[in-house]
Design a protein around this ligand. Structure first.
Ligand SMILES: Cc1ncc(COP(=O)(O)O)c(C=O)c1O
Ligand SMILES: N[C@@H](CCOP(=O)(O)O)C(=O)O
Length: 430
């Protein structure tokens, strides 16, 4: 598959080049040249397919011919070595748990997939690759885990100081080896801007091979489309009108859901559920796209003021506002509403939701108010214990820590504090 830049000022790229470079030379995000729907028989037979078989069929067109089929099968099997269960809360609302991977965040799938693609492309290359990642909480940990010990790859994670949860911070600052953490005096958007600037800085790119492991990178972004297929497989017999409420920050996940729909997955509608960082909620009302500096919330991984993937969403709908609005609703919720939702989910369904999932639940409720005969699935994008302070304070019940979280507790944090792009550059050139 070839990819074009959404800034339309760079040559088209192969999958391999798009993965290795991360972003196009004109600073545009890459987008696939074509999307061929899967045959109807694929969806008719989905009950008989394993997660790996579903994922293999779904991703094949985007990575071939550069990754041979036998290699792709192995990559997909290794990537998806954990479960993705749907839990029913009531007749109208279910949740898709995406937190059963090694760092208990939905980013694990994309990070593991991308690490393996990069490992494959880099196997005969003597030149080391530096993977730059900006994180508002979860991408950093997932990428650190996914790339730990990968030969020829150095990972540099930028995170906003004091704005990620304690456990998220431990997951991205304690692994050592080829993983380095930079603590930025600023917001997630500052981290993301620094990363994007680095890709355009010839003094850096002439000295080192840089790539991104944010959803900017097609190999990190596209595998997220699997989730929607896994949920469909578990729900389609019982429910015909399936709507997904996706807790959204950088908008990679909901955009990947739209790609699954383009591949033919029968999804009725999407809800982008936002915290107070609600540029897209406002856009769908006013048709004006007005990014604002991000504000800090209890669903911190969604504290994004200028979502990278919104441009991909616009491309999917050919910049047609009416078609986008037909398929996407968006609501924004305050921290107080989020806490009340966490308590409601706990009291009514005996289910512990994390703050991001709770925002997704609120999105379902808002949508169902006007669309009663649909079944809404909110994505539970991270395990509640990653936000231990908030969760325990709200539901007033002590949580036991899963093994994945226990394994990072008490380890020593290692990070370097930076404030400006100049600091980042100096660090990278050192
Ligand atoms: C727990 C959690 N929920 C939701 C999101 C938002 O996802 P996206 O950036 O794909 O919109 C993130 C960050 O990516 C996250 O870590
Ligand atoms: N919410 C993310 C922000 C980065 O998103 P990405 O999907 O572009 O990597 C995080 O947790 O870091």
């Amino acid at each position: 598959m070839n990819y074009y830049s959404l800034n339309h000022k760079a040559p088209n790229s192969t999958f391999k080049n798009a993965v290795i470079k991360g972003i196009a030379p004109d600073k545009g995000l890459y987008f696939p040249e074509s999307i061929t729907p899967l045959p109807k028989t694929f969806f008719d037979n989905i009950d008989h397919l394993s997660h790996s078989e579903i994922a293999f069929e779904a991703i094949k067109q985007f990575v071939s011919p550069e990754i041979p089929e036998d290699i792709l099968k192995t990559i997909v099997e290794e990537t998806l070595s954990f479960d993705f269960p749907v839990v029913k809360l009531n007749d109208s609302i279910s949740t898709l748990e995406l937190f059963h991977g090694p760092t208990m965040a939905f980013k694990d799938v994309g990070a593991r997939f991308m690490a393996r693609c990069l490992g494959y492309f880099n196997q005969n290359n003597d030149r080391e690759v530096t993977v730059l990642v900006a994180t508002s909480g979860d991408t950093g940990g997932a990428v650190a885990n996914g790339f730990l010990g990968v030969k020829g790859v150095n990972v540099v994670i930028l995170y906003p100081s004091g704005k990620v949860s304690d456990i998220q911070e431990m997951q991205l600052t304690t692994l050592g080896q080829n993983i380095k953490a930079l603590e930025v005096n600023g917001t997630f958007d500052d981290c993301q801007d620094m990363v994007k600037t680095a890709f355009l800085d010839e003094e850096l790119t002439n000295n080192m091979q840089l790539t991104s492991a944010n959803s900017i990178n097609v190999a990190r972004w596209l595998p997220q489309l699997f989730y929607f297929m896994f949920a469909y497989k578990q729900l389609h017999k019982e429910h015909k009108n399936i709507v997904f409420s996706v807790p959204s920050g950088n908008f990679g996940n909901v955009c990947a859901g739209m790609m699954a729909q383009k591949l033919g997955l029968p999804i009725s509608h999407f809800v982008a559920s936002n915290n107070a960082n609600n540029v897209v909620t406002r856009y769908l009302i006013s048709q004006l796209y007005e990014p604002k500096p991000s504000v800090q919330t209890i669903s911190n991984a969604m504290d994004v003021g200028a979502p990278s993937n919104f441009i991909r969403i616009k491309e999917i709908y050919k910049n047609n506002f009416s078609s986008l609005k037909e398929n996407l609703s968006s609501y924004s919720f305050s921290d107080e509403e989020t806490k009340a939702a966490m308590l409601e989910i706990f009291d009514n369904y005996n289910y512990v939701a994390d703050p991001h999932g709770a925002v997704g639940y609120l999105g379902c409720k808002a949508y169902l108010k006007e669309n009663a005969n649909t079944h809404c699935v909110f994505l539970e994008t991270a395990h509640p214990t990653k936000f231990l302070d908030v969760v325990e304070a709200v539901i007033k019940e002590k949580q036991s820590l899963p093994e994945q979280i226990q394994s990072v507790m008490g380890k020593e944090k290692e990070s370097v504090v930076i404030s400006t792009y100049k600091d980042l550059k100096k660090y990278l050139l050192k």
